[in-house]
Ligand binder design. Structure first.
Ligand SMILES: Cc1ncc(C[n+]2csc(CCOP(=O)(O)OP(=O)(O)O)c2C)c(N)n1
Length: 665
């Protein structure tokens, strides 16, 4: 190897001069952009900057090793991913300035965006969730036999999150072609590695998941590029996940304002000598591949491009607030298509209706994948997917490890690849273990950058079955308050089937609540054909003039029992069926007619949807009211196990008295 001042030893292998130069130029571009950004930051022209200076060999090396139509999920320091995919710089600048030509219409900042055009799926702030999203994209590739890999980045700090462990485990169990890239840059914000993890190298973790791993010098572009190119080709042929730990260093603060005081000077100085660009420049010049003139030419060209594109971005006007545009982008547009029920019907239990709807949706949507714990051969704990493996195969009916977050994230990944999916939560209570991706990823992704999340979460929920605090919750209120989600809550077999079919046609994330106490207790004639029911339309189960009763789920049946006992009560009974969208029209017109309203919910009272409905009625129907709006909810305690305690807890016990009280008002 020729003499060089380089602190990094390079082996150019079979790479030709043009390729070697291309790699140099690719690293130079993010560096020069960053240098410009630091100036703009000092001038107060941009608000925040996460620097990747010193880490360029990883972003550019990995990106250039992949095919252009392979997905990459980068982090906040991976500018080189974006520039290596040749995104026009003015679009990046507009994105950082919150302008319309960026990727989020000013709705999200910095690198928090995705673009299908460039096959880049940006992070959400929570760092970890994208690791599971990469699993979903890779699963789609695998199911479609596309021989593509997916690369996803994390810092070493992010590897402490549960998402990392879940994603690696899922990828390994399912042998998904995901390249997990850890950029180990020494610090997570101010936390050094010895306060982040205890093993020698993070690559060791792969063994625990039955996965291969590799450690690479993240400052050596040739080591990165050649190894990842080879590995990627191999993974395309033999799909499997691989964990790569890139050793590198973060040369600037976590973000510019936070500084680097906590980093010892000697450490900084040692790594400064290992700068990936300067060392490589010296190597190329010692090899007589890069002349001084060519180097100058590259720099001048890139700087000119930066200046030109900055002008374009600066000239673009700032975003203006338009309420209807903001509201219109929360959900992907869905044109409801009505499939009418036919006459031929059979009596089904609630549970059979759900199962039949699911089966017919699987038949209708060839790309629909079901995921959940024990849903394959075992048929799920409630047996809703019994026989599905025989009919649809194990690729589409997938048992999952016990990792709700990772699976919701994988569902998101499938949607990025245009596939539909269902996640069966074994019990709705366990959605708390997958809460973050539901409320922060699925719910916000369409508003942020126009990507839909075509996911149905099935939520067996509710009390009355003596199952205690962790198998009895009806937790719809955790989701009805989050814009971007749809929430469906049927009370009858007929509705359950039709609404479930609609949920799979709707391209948005739908939480589908199924009350366990109704599964085997409620029967109804259900058309055997495939039919749909639109969201946002309450069912009027009784027509009356004295009082409006508003409810949903199992509570509908409690009301029906009460009305049986009191045939003289002349009530309008509304079963909401869907909570988001909410049929406010039917609510208001009924209240305006009767002048009295009682809202019954199974959940404990405070902060439930009943409170919002009551507030809306007060605002919209005040002058029509003959009595205060009455809310009835369960006790403000967790849900107890013993029969008498559970009965005492439930709002069912209070409803009759409250109704009669209201009628007397
Ligand atoms: C769930 C979550 N917790 C905390 C944070 C705040 N935070 C943002 S970046 C960061 C450090 C990340 O370190 P690392 O993953 O090593 O990446 P690096 O910034 O070093 O590239 C922290 C603590 C966050 N964004 N998300």
């Amino acid at each position: 190897m020729p003499q060089t001042d380089s602190k990094i030893s390079y082996d150019k292998g079979h790479l030709k001069s043009e390729e070697l130069l291309l790699l140099y130029r690719a690293m130079l571009k993010p560096r020069l952009i960053e240098e410009k950004m630091l100036v703009l930051l000092r001038q107060g022209k941009i608000s925040k900057w996460f620097s990747g200076i010193g880490q360029e060999a990883i972003s550019t090396g990995v990106t250039l090793s992949l095919q252009e139509d392979e997905y990459i999920l980068p982090m906040h320091r991976n500018l080189g991913v974006f520039t290596s995919r040749n995104i026009p710089l003015h679009r990046l600048f507009s994105q950082w300035q919150g302008k319309a030509s960026g990727f989020t219409k000013g709705r999200d900042r910095s690198f928090h965006f995705g673009t299908q055009e460039y096959r880049i799926i940006g992070m959400i702030s929570h760092l970890g969730p994208q690791l599971g999203v990469a699993d979903g994209i890779a699963l789609a590739h695998k199911l479609k036999k596309e021989k593509k890999i997916t690369a996803v980045f994390t810092g070493e700090g992010g590897t402490s999150e549960g998402d990392f462990h879940e994603a690696l485990n899922i990828a390994s169990v399912w042998q998904l072609p995901v390249l997990f890239c850890i950029e180990n840059n020494g610090y997570g914000l101010s936390t050094p590695t010895n306060e982040q993890y205890k093993c020698q190298d993070l690559a060791e973790r792969a063994a625990g998941y039955g996965m291969e791993s590799l450690i690479l010098d993240g400052n050596n572009i040739l080591e990165v590029y050649q190894n990842i190119s080879r590995l990627a080709q191999n993974m395309r042929e033999n799909p499997r996940p691989v964990l790569v730990e890139f050793k590198t260093f973060r040369m600037r603060g976590h973000e510019e304002a936070s500084g680097t005081k906590y980093v010892p000077d000697e450490l900084m100085a040692a790594w400064a000598k290992k700068d990936p660009i300067e060392n490589y420049r010296q190597f190329l010049s010692s090899e007589e591949i890069l002349s001084e003139d060519l180097d100058k030419k590259y720099k001048a060209e890139i700087k000119a491009e930066i200046e030109e594109d900055l002008k374009t971005a600066n000239a673009e006007s700032a975003m203006e607030f338009d309420e209807s545009k903001e509201l219109n982008d929360v959900y992907e547009n869905f044109e409801y298509q009505d499939f009418a029920p036919k006459e031929n019907a059979e009596e089904l239990r609630f549970i059979d209706a759900v199962s039949q709807g699911l089966r017919q949706s699987m038949q209708k949507h060839g790309d629909l994948v079901l995921m959940g714990q024990d849903i394959a051969e075992y048929g799920g704990v409630f047996k809703i997917t019994e026989g599905f493996v025989e009919e649809f195969g194990k690729e589409r009916v997938r048992n999952t490890p016990i990792c709700e977050s990772g699976i919701v994230e994988a569902a998101m990944g499938l949607s990025i690849k245009g596939m539909k999916s269902m996640v069966e939560l074994q019990f709705a209570d366990f959605v708390s273990s997958g809460f973050n991706p539901v409320v922060n990823y699925l719910a916000k992704v369409h508003y942020r950058w126009g990507q839909n999340a075509d996911v149905v979460l099935r939520m067996p929920c509710g009390a009355g079955v003596g199952a205690g605090p962790f198998h009895s919750q009806t937790n719809e209120a955790w989701f009805t308050k989050t814009p971007g989600l749809k929430v469906v809550y049927p009370a009858f077999p007929y509705d359950a089937k039709g609404l479930l079919n609609t949920a799979f046609n709707d391209p948005n994330p739908v939480l589908f609540f199924e009350h366990k106490a109704l599964y085997r207790s409620i029967r109804q004639e259900v058309p055997v054909n495939y039919y749909t029911i639109p969201f946002g339309k309450a069912a009027k189960l009784r027509e009356g003039n004295d009082v409006t009763i508003i409810t949903f789920g199992a509570a509908v049946h409690w009301v029906l029992e009460t009305l049986e006992k009191h045939p003289d009560v002349d009530a309008d009974l509304l079963d909401l069926r869907t909570l988001q969208p909410l049929d406010t029209k039917s609510i208001f017109s009924s209240v305006k007619k009767t002048g009295k309203v009682i809202i019954l919910q199974e959940d404990s009272l405070f902060g439930g949807i009943g409170s919002d409905i009551a507030a809306m009625i007060n605002e919209e129907c005040f002058e029509y009211l003959d009595a205060p709006v009455k809310r009835v909810g369960s006790l403000e305690t967790p849900i107890p196990f013993a029969k008498a305690l559970e009965e005492g807890y439930l709002s069912k016990a209070k409803f009759e008295a409250k109704l009669l009280e209201l009628l007397q008002y």
